[in-house]
Design a protein around this ligand. Sequence first.
Ligand code: HEC
Length: 112
Amino acid sequence: MKRNYFIYFYVFICFVLVIFSWYSVRKKTIPIQVKDLSEITVQLPDSNGVKLVQANCVTCHSLRYIQIQPNITKAAWKKIVKKMVVNYGAPIQDTNTVNQIITYLATIKGKK
Ligand code: HEC
C-alpha cells in the first residue's frame, strides 16, 4: 500500500518538472512598443524639394536615415547622394533632380 503513494508522489514530481521546463523554455515574446506605424513615420521639414526626397529616397530605406544625420556641409550631402546613386543604384537620372535634393538636404541639415 505504501508503495502506491510513492508512485503518486513520483508522478507528481514529474508533472511539476514538465511544467517547470515548459515554463522556462517557452518562447519569450518581444514586447512591441510601436502600436501604429504612423508613430514611426518620418516627417521631414517642409521646404523646396521635400517631394523629390520623399519620392526618390525611400525605395531602399526610410527617411529616418536622413533625419538622424548631423548637420553637414553641402559638399558632404553631395557625396552621400552621389553614393546613393553611383554605389547603390538609386534610380535618379537627371542632374537637376539630384541638385534639388542636395540643396534641400543642405537647407534642412546643413552646417552653418
Ligand atoms: C538603391 C537604394 C538606395 C536609395 C534609392 C537611396 N539610398 Fe540611402 N542608403 C542606401 C544604403 C544601402 C545605405 C546604407 C549603407 C551606408 O550607410 O553606406 C544608405 C544610407 C543612407 C544614409 C546614411 C548615411 C550614409 O552615408 O550611409 C543617408 C543619409 C542616405 N542613405 C540618404 C539617402 C538619400 C538622401 C537618398 C535619395 C537621394 C537615398 N539615400 C536613396 C541605399 C539607398
